[in-house]
Ligand binder design. Structure first.
Ligand code: AMP
Length: 421
């Protein structure tokens, strides 16, 4: 026997029963996004590698070790998108979206690719939902985009199982001041830090705050706080954001160690975590990226956004308040008598085009087996068609829930079922 081909490690098959859950979530997402006036954008799944190197940062885990990069036939280096902020910004610049309106509010959903070590909630192909507001430098935009995710949590009924952590990394002047304060603090203890953190000491000391190594964490505990290094305008921006969150009764907690792993952040950064998850507890991460549009060749346009892992969102939803999905099948046609086989495709096609979801047997099984199949598929009705019924142009229509059975003309079946819904 030939070997069975297995799927690649760290990727998932999303099977029909799960897809129904995804679609229920997607309907809620689409409604929330429409309510906040965000338009959906669908950039390509692969981009030139250079976009991520410049956009996400050479020094980040994503770019330095997790990307799926390959050469195309012309020798061009391409990468499967590991995240979509860089792609959205590239698209914003290339399509002159700035000219469409001064604030562009965009959302997206789709697969991302990272070569991470797979575990529960961490995959190599995973889906992200994301939102980006490009154009406004003001705190009310920060609050709106945080509130957008919070609204989604509320619609899903899981906002109480989620914590919003927030911090500010300020503007570049504030970050430079902080980098220097942090280096001064770490310098005398440099040899006690992990190798990864020692390597980051010069290139990106803020990332040391992110370290999970127990020794590093001990040292980091007493490190100076970035909050204390914010210059006046950065501190004012952050305070306004917090005041507005208070006003909107969106609970948060200030996490002085929150830095996030991507290079492009400025000012407000945030993360939503859930204790319904295991080690991989982040369900959404985001922040302001005021310099990215300019760094990718656009004009000096500020922006803020977030991305949320859909698989993780669904894990929380499943644990707290599973989404209800509508029954899939309205009607199953059960046929007795083999002469009628040639008639059935035309009959169910008419019911389908009248708006019903219908199915019928194509394996020529017994009536009993057909009834069992109708049951397995959760059909609301079965229509039984035998020679007698066919000659009179009727079916026996049985409501599976009430058990009630009536004789209905074939061309009236859809009408009866739709009226009954
Ligand atoms: P990031 O782009 O790393 O800030 O991630 C944003 C969100 O995407 C996280 O909060 C997670 O919910 C989700 N996410 C990131 N990486 C993975 C992964 N490898 N597998 C599943 N979800 C992920």
């Amino acid at each position: 026997m030939p070997d069975k081909v297995q799927r690649v490690k760290g990727v998932n098959d999303i099977l029909p029963a799960e897809v129904r859950q995804w679609q229920a979530l997607e309907t809620i997402i689409q409604n929330v996004m429409a309510g906040y006036a965000y338009g959906e954008i669908r950039p390509p799944i692969f981009e030139k590698t250079d976009l991520f190197a410049r956009g996400v940062g050479e020094d980040t885990d994503i770019v330095s070790k997790e990307m799926y990069t390959f050469s195309d036939m012309g020798g061009l280096s391409l990468t499967l998108r590991p995240e979509l902020t860089a792609g959205v910004v590239r698209s914003y610049i290339q399509n002159n979206l700035q000219q469409v309106s001064p604030v562009q509010k965009l959302w997206y959903e789709g697969p991302m690719f990272r070569q991470e070590r797979p575990q529960k909630g961490r995959y190599r192909q995973f889906w992200q939902l994301g939102a980006e507001a490009i154009g406004s430098p003001n705190p009310e935009q920060d609050v709106e985009i945080i509130d957008l995710f919070y609204a989604l949590l509320r619609e899903l009924g899981i906002e109480k199982s989620v914590t919003l952590k927030i911090n500010s990394v300020g503007d570049s002047e504030s970050r430079a001041a902080y980098r220097s304060a942090l280096r001064d603090y770490l310098m005398p203890q440099l040899n006690k830090l992990s190798e990864t953190s020692r390597n980051r000491f010069e290139s990106n000391p803020l990332r040391i705050l992110d370290s999970k190594a127990p020794n590093d964490r001990e040292i980091i505990k007493n490190a100076p706080k970035i909050r204390d290094c914010l210059n006046e305008s950065s501190a004012a921006h952050y305070e306004e954001v917090l005041a507005m969150l208070d006003k909107m009764v969106i609970p948060y907690f200030q996490d002085d160690l929150l830095v996030r792993g991507l290079d492009y952040y400025t000012h407000t950064i945030f993360e939503f975590t859930s204790d319904a998850l295991g080690a991989q507890d982040a369900i959404c991460g985001g922040g302001r990226y005021n310099d990215l549009v300019k760094e990718l060749g656009g004009s000096d346009v500020p922006a803020i956004g977030w991305a949320s892992g859909i698989e993780r969102l669904l894990l929380v939803v499943d644990a707290i308040k599973p989404l209800s999905t509508d029954p899939v099948l309205d009607l199953f046609l059960v046929v007795t008598g083999s002469d009628l086989r040639t008639e059935t495709p035309g009959i169910i096609r008419n019911w389908r085009s009248a708006g019903l979801s219908c199915d019928a047997d194509t394996l020529r099984r017994s009536m009993k087996a057909q009834m069992r199949e109708a049951n397995r598929q959760g059909a609301r009705y079965v229509a039984i068609l035998g020679e007698d019924e066919f000659s009179q142009g009727v079916v026996q229509l049985k409501n599976f829930e009430s058990g009630k059975q009536t004789t209905v003309a074939i061309e009236k079946v859809a009408e009866v079922i739709i009226k009954d819904a």
